[in-house]
Design a protein around this ligand. Structure first.
Ligand SMILES: [Fe+2]
Length: 577
């Protein structure tokens, strides 16, 4: 049985294919069309899914979409009636969504087939159920508490659920305009980070701040009746150009969130590229602090309703790895399974697996063991692309390849590491990564000057061999998808100085051999040379979507001042080219 899952006409459009209950391939459209956070129809991703299983669109049995514009309709109407000046916006938005509903025509056009030949059944699933499904059905558990939170989806920002066997039962929804994601985006925008997806950057700024504004920010997002509420006077009203907008070319834009009340309280908003002042850092601090407070409150409420140790979580806010790292100390949950594509690209997997288990009642066998679900390329394709680029290269067997690259990293070189299938989700986890020495004091500056050009306050991440995690970090709970930030132990901070953030933390990736044998063995080879079971890992890109195909990696290598490219079995050195 083939199920195609889709996230479409929404940020981070994507497709995933589930074959007999197993996710065999998944990719976000941005990696293929190279348009960051693309929010149109994922035509290339659908084609890639079909190619991965050798199927045609006429072979697909079910198509599941992680969005349902009919969900929570009564709430939408109620809001529109209470805000009559916004009714036209709602009617316009709904008309646009209806126009995008004809899935058969969309798929037939994208794949150039006659729509009459398509035999699939169509399924629409509410946004946050799809988020929770993307975590729970990928986890090893048959019972868990389910939690999803983000800016908004189908008029909801937060969902609490009981997950048991094949079923996800909704316990509670938080409806718009109350949204922790909107709160976070609004403050980010106020301090000059206005693009969709900038929230992850500002998370790194928070530890530079002090507790100056926690009290006033607390009045913007407050706890109420076991849930939370925003003080709406600080926000532009919904429907008045507020929130995420998808342009006709698939570009995602965020319209202004904050109202004049913010300026009254905190002064002038910072312009992008303006100087970052202590005020901005203190606002980032207060934002993260208040976000965590509400997050832990919601999780504690959820645990009262579902007193289990397992938490299955997704939604864009679940990418807040700082909050995730603290939840073991602030809630009774002991195990997390967070979907690596916690943002909206993950809806494709959630919708497809929900169809398989909840709608079609098929038994649960699948577990997502790693995130390497994307495209891969043959050695001959890579060699051909290297020749086209006129690059001199060496072909090495596995052991010499690992030794050569480990020696380069140990010598302080910056290495592009392109291997196997691309990661699913926003993190590079050792297949489309740039790797470097974690213990050289200048490595952060070197990487920023020569390749990444990131903001000075953003830390780089460590990949650590699983068996050494507790020696280096104060928590032992694994973080295979780089979704937890933990304190680095005091005696190890110097050894990891290039990945030790200003608050002595690191957003680690726990690497075990059964998840990625080649990457594990590379870190092991580096450990043999240096004694350090850790490498610095940052995504293989330069202000663009992470590289997917060999040609993109080669372009990035040639354009930047990376020293070495290890791509499949081939090693290319800048000094020889
Ligand atoms: Fe979402």
């Amino acid at each position: 049985m083939l199920i195609l899952g889709l996230n479409m006409f929404h940020a981070d459009a994507s497709a995933a294919i589930v074959q007999d209950g197993e996710v065999v391939f998944a990719v976000a459209e941005e990696r293929l069309n190279r348009q960051k956070h693309f929010g149109g129809f994922p035509s290339l991703a659908v084609k890639a899914c079909l190619d991965a299983v050798g199927a045609r669109i006429t072979d697909i049995d079910h198509v599941a979409v992680g969005q349902d514009s009919d969900a929570n309709l009564a709430r939408k109407v109620q809001y529109a009636l209470a805000n009559p000046d916004k009714i036209l916006n709602f009617i316009h938005l709904r008309a646009r969504k209806q126009a995008m509903r004809d899935l058969r025509t969309l798929l037939a056009n994208a794949l150039d087939v006659d729509a009459k030949l398509l035999r699939f059944q169509e399924h629409r699933l509410e946004h946050h159920i799809a988020h929770i499904a993307s975590a729970y059905y990928c986890s090893p558990w048959i019972k868990a508490a389910g939690f999803s939170y983000d800016g908004s989806g189908d008029f909801v920002s937060t969902m609490l659920a009981r997950c048991e066997g094949n079923d996800i039962d909704i316990l509670e929804r938080v409806f718009l305009p109350h949204s922790l994601g909107s709160f976070y985006s609004m403050i980010c925008e106020f301090i000059g980070y206005k693009n969709y997806g900038d929230e992850g950057k500002v998370m790194g700024l928070a530890p530079y701040g002090k507790d100056t504004y926690c009290d006033p920010i607390k009045s913007i997002v407050g706890l109420k009746n076991g849930s939370f509420q925003l003080d709406l006077k600080y926000f532009k009203p919904l429907g008045s150009n507020q929130g995420m907008q998808i342009q006709s070319d698939g570009t995602v834009r965020l319209a202004r969130h904050f109202s004049e009340q913010m300026e009254k309280l905190f002064g002038q908003p910072r312009e992008p590229h303006g100087e970052i002042t202590q005020r901005d850092m203190d606002l980032a601090y207060a934002m993260q602090h208040c976000f965590e407070k509400v997050f832990f409150h919601l999780l504690n409420q959820l645990h009262k309703k579902i007193p289990v140790e397992n938490l299955a979580m997704a939604g864009g806010c679940a990418l807040n790895s700082v909050a995730n790292g603290k939840l073991f100390d602030s809630t009774p949950f002991r195990h997390t399974w967070i979907q690596p594509a916690a943002g909206d690209e993950g809806l494709a997997i959630g919708a497809a697996l929900h169809t398989y288990h909840s709608v079609l009642k098929q038994p649960r066998r699948y577990q997502m063991k790693n995130s390497y679900l994307g495209p891969h390329f043959s050695d001959s394709r890579i060699a051909s692309d290297l020749k086209k680029a006129d690059l001199a290269y060496q072909r090495l067997d596995r052991e010499p390849l690992l030794d050569t690259v480990a020696a380069q990293i140990a010598a302080g070189k910056v290495v592009g590491w392109f291997q196997g299938s691309m990661e699913w989700g926003p993190r590079a986890l050792g297949n489309r990564s740039i790797v470097a020495h974690p213990g050289l004091a200048n490595m952060k500056d070197v990487l920023n000057a020569r390749v990444k050009h990131r903001e000075w306050f953003r830390p780089f991440a460590p990949s650590i061999l699983a068996e050494h995690q507790y020696e280096y970090f104060e928590h032992n709970h694994p973080s295979p998808f780089m979704l937890h930030v933990y304190k680095i132990r005091a005696q190890k901070r110097q050894e990891l100085c290039a990945v030790n953030h200003v608050d002595d933390t690191g957003r680690l990736q726990t690497v075990s051999r059964d998840e990625n044998a080649l990457y594990y063995d590379l870190i092991k080879a580096f450990q043999r040379r240096t004694g350090i079971p850790v490498v610095l890992n940052t995504s293989f890109n330069e202000n663009e979507p992470i590289v997917c195909a060999p040609q993109e990696a080669i372009d990035c290598f040639q354009r930047t001042r990376m020293d070495t490219l290890a791509i499949g079995p081939f090693v290319v050195s800048k000094s020889e080219n």
